[in-house]
Design a protein around this ligand. Structure first.
Ligand SMILES: Cc1cc2nc3c(=O)[nH]c(=O)nc-3n(C[C@H](O)[C@H](O)[C@H](O)COP(=O)(O)OP(=O)(O)OC[C@H]3O[C@@H](n4cnc5c(N)ncnc54)[C@H](O)[C@@H]3O)c2cc1C
Length: 461
């Protein structure tokens, strides 16, 4: 058998993009993920420049029985987008975005990021739902779900996908939408990277911004119980334009946070109103009047700026772990559990937060796309972030204990994009009632389970 290095050198001749091998200077940078917890050593990283490159990479790996992983923005919490000893199909050079202002649609290549997409669409005062950190890849986001400030108005990112171009396991390049390959189109909207490599998405856009209203208010930890009870009632009546997280975090040691609060746990409202500004001020007023925050502001902000406002708190390269639940309601017991586990956050960057569902997300039939979680009220995300590897144990233990304590209050499912590397037993719960139909589509389009470095749907069911 040919030596692996020789095999990859041969591959590099047919492939137009860059092929990075372990001896290359860029190798270490090319194998890094956003989450520093993962340290994997692929045999090669193929930086694709076009669908041609993706097809060459897929055919090469399949013919040589080489394991592949697919990387877009590299934010996968489970670290699945880089593999050991195999070929990383890196889509990040494929980040072109073309907006059709008249049709209010955008064609977005499979390696573009949220920040790139938001910036291009906002040139035309348009946007669609994306995530709230600008370096997230549209690829992983849209294929698994995609929640953010616009999701209560326009549904998840995947609800705004009109069509995809995709390279399948046999190396074919196909289009999937409501009229062509409908089964594949249904499955890629929630089934993750199980069915092929999406080289481009066509999205529905909506009029947004360029300014929206941003509201934030930070409270001492002692106010948490009152705050959560107030939030529970407030969100029941909140309009679709209003999106409000409750965050627990350590107060960052920077202005404008008052020095006496630095490093202490705070609970906070972090909200955005994307509708008419006057209506927005009125609808945010009850949040503004709640309690005695030590820092609070309500101000117009560019939509592209609010979309980047979490970036500094979630830097690349730190160590992160994740546990998540959906909640049908925010019970008193759930509130007490949140308070019990957040009073001492283990890592400097650790956060735990409640994200609202509702609005358009909940109006869509659970069987309309592969994303099944249409009846839940909140997603709770337990998210320790730290930098010292010797603290891995205590951070991961905290998250697991918190998760376990919350379990009996949870709805049973989980957002596939928030699964961690050690949650194989929860994968079926992530696809929920759509799992069997997804397995049928997988059997048709990827019977050999070529695309398996993901939250895997077995072609055997
Ligand atoms: C800091 C941070 C903030 C986040 N905030 C949000 C948020 O606000 N809302 C939200 O909904 N989620 C959020 N997430 C979760 C996010 O949706 C997932 O981590 C998502 O998978 C990231 O996509 P990516 O392309 O960056 O990931 P990658 O690691 O590049 O890819 C993840 C997986 O998706 C598949 N994949 C990616 N691109 C393609 C493609 N083009 N074709 C086929 N398969 C592909 C592959 O299986 C790959 O393993 C956040 C994650 C992080 C780390």
């Amino acid at each position: 058998m040919m030596e692996i290095k020789t095999v990859f050198k041969k591959f590099a001749k047919e492939f137009h993009g860059e092929v990075i091998l372990p001896e290359d200077d860029q190798y270490n940078a090319s194998r890094q993920l956003w989450n520093g917890l993962y340290d994997k050593y692929p045999a090669a990283v193929a930086r694709c420049e076009s669908p041609h490159d993706v097809i060459v990479a897929v055919n090469f790996a399949r013919e040589n029985d080489i394991v592949i992983s697919v990387k877009s923005g590299g934010h996968d919490y489970a670290g699945n987008s880089v593999c050991n000893d195999g070929l990383v199909i890196d889509l990040s050079p494929m980040n072109k975005i073309e907006v059709d202002e008249n049709q209010r649609t955008a064609r977005v290549e499979g390696g573009a990021t949220v920040g790139q997409f938001d910036a291009e669409a906002q040139k035309y005062k348009l946007a669609t739902t994306t995530g709230t950190v600008s370096s997230i890849g549209i690829g992983g986001l849209a294929l698994g779900g995609g929640s953010g400030y616009l999701s209560r108005m326009f549904g998840m990112t995947l609800d705004n996908v009109l069509s995809v171009d995709i390279v399948t396991a046999d190396g074919n390049f196909v289009t999937a939408n409501e009229k062509e390959n409908e089964d594949l189109f249904w499955a890629v909207r929630g089934g993750g990277g199980n069915f092929g490599i999406v080289t481009s998405f066509k999205f529905q856009l909506h009029e947004v911004g360029p300014e929206v209203l941003s509201f934030q208010a930070y409270f001492t930890f002692e106010d948490s119980r009152q705050l959560l009870r107030f939030y529970r009632e407030f969100m029941k009546k909140a309009p679709d334009e209003l999106y409000c997280y409750v965050f627990f975090l350590n107060v960052p040691p920077v202005e404008p946070f008052p020095a006496e609060h630095h490093g202490k746990t705070t609970c906070a409202f972090i909200a955005c109103h994307t509708g008419d500004p006057e209506k927005g001020r009125a609808e945010l007023q009850p949040l503004k009047e709640f309690g005695n925050p030590f820092l609070s502001f309500l101000q117009p902000m560019e939509y592209t700026a609010i979309q980047k406002s979490f970036d500094a708190g979630m830097p690349k390269g730190l160590r992160w772990f994740t546990k998540a639940h959906y909640l049908d309601k925010l019970s008193d017991t759930a509130i007490e559990t949140l308070i019990e586990y957040t009073k001492q956050l283990p890592g400097a960057f650790t956060v735990a937060y409640l994200e609202p569902m509702g609005g358009e997300v909940n109006r869509i039939d659970p069987a309309a796309t592969a994303f099944p979680h249409r009846k839940t009220a909140y997603s709770v995300h337990i998210f320790p972030g730290w930098d010292d590897p010797s603290k891995d144990g205590e951070n991961i233990k905290w998250a697991k204990e918190f998760y376990q304590a919350m379990h009996k209050e949870a709805a049973g499912g989980v957002y596939v994009n928030l699964l961690s590397h050690d949650e194989k037993e929860r994968v079926k719960a992530a696809y929920g009632e759509n799992y069997d139909r997804l397995a049928e589509v997988k059997k048709k389009w990827d019977p050999g389970n070529f695309f398996r470095m993901n939250h895997n749907i077995s072609p055997k069911g």
